[in-house]
Ligand binder design. Sequence first.
Ligand code: TXA
Ligand code: MG
Length: 325
Amino acid sequence: MKTEISTDRAAAVELLERSEIVALPTETVYGLAADALNGEAVAKIFEAKKRPYFDPLIVHLPDRDWVERVARMDDLSGKVTEAFWPGPFTIVLPKREIVPDIVTAGLDTVAVRISAHPVFSEIIHKFGKPLAAPSANRFGRVSPTTAQHVCDELDGRIPLIVDAGPTAHGIESTIVAVRGGKIQILRRGPVTAEQLSKFGTIEIAGPIERVSAPGQLPTHYAPRTPLRLIEVSESFSPKKNQRVGLLAWNSARSAKDFAVFRCLSERQDYREAAANLFCYLRELDQSDLDLIVAERVPLHGLGAAIMDRLQRAAHDPLDAQDRPE
Ligand code: TXA
Ligand code: MG
């Protein structure tokens, strides 16, 4: 199959109507979309991404009127989504029959989101129905923030990538679930714990807490090159003949020690850093390095979501298995 990169929104709608899959921009990362209410169309997403069927998808809605058709919204979830929709925000709700089991991996809940991206919004409104859309990367890999990244991941496996330039936030949406009157953060993202705390008590779900979301697996977002986290103040010099790339938070280190040097944000701006994160990880991963060294980012606001991704990128897959005591 030939993969087109274009700005043709009508072609995207037409493909979706024919139960095909299409990569679309959102304000967080690019998603791989299919008709959420059509199990066969959704199966193509799992195939193209090589995603295991136990990992449920986010359902994007054209507008709020759709919420009660696919899920049951409680009062607190209603208030929180009122504040952050449309936007980089996903909420897990009890699902209704209409949502096929393949979308939710058999769970009795469904993750729903309304995106504010003008191109995504235009396409989903023309299509007129919910779209299931995970990030448009192969399973377990870094999410794509440009059309070219999607192409690097899925070339030849999907018919169309709608290009709307780099995404604004650069990291995936915040995912929450309201449980026992508390707001549980299942995945950190652009909407921060501080922002959510205005609405109630916050709980941060720990890494593999009974994997209801494999996006929480410690090895998710993995580059192929080993990645090590260091403190900004920690000294580090590459060994002789070792090709090391630096992903810096603070640009104070000497660039000449490193084969490749990327600074997340010269002005230490968290938004800019988040927007650059996956792009720089990809560039470093493609630079034929022995090691990527990444400086720890302060945990304020969005910094926590950035560190969450970096920690997963740094995780040694061999450590991901539960080891006997
Ligand atoms: O920003 C985003 O959220 C992007 C754009 C395209 O919308 N999407 C995205 O989807 O990151 P994905 O599939 O890569 O990550 C969604 C995460 C997965 O870790 C999945 O396990 C979790 O959401 N998830 C989906 N349904 C769930 C549910 N019912 N309960 C708990 N977690 C769920
Ligand atoms: Mg993903």
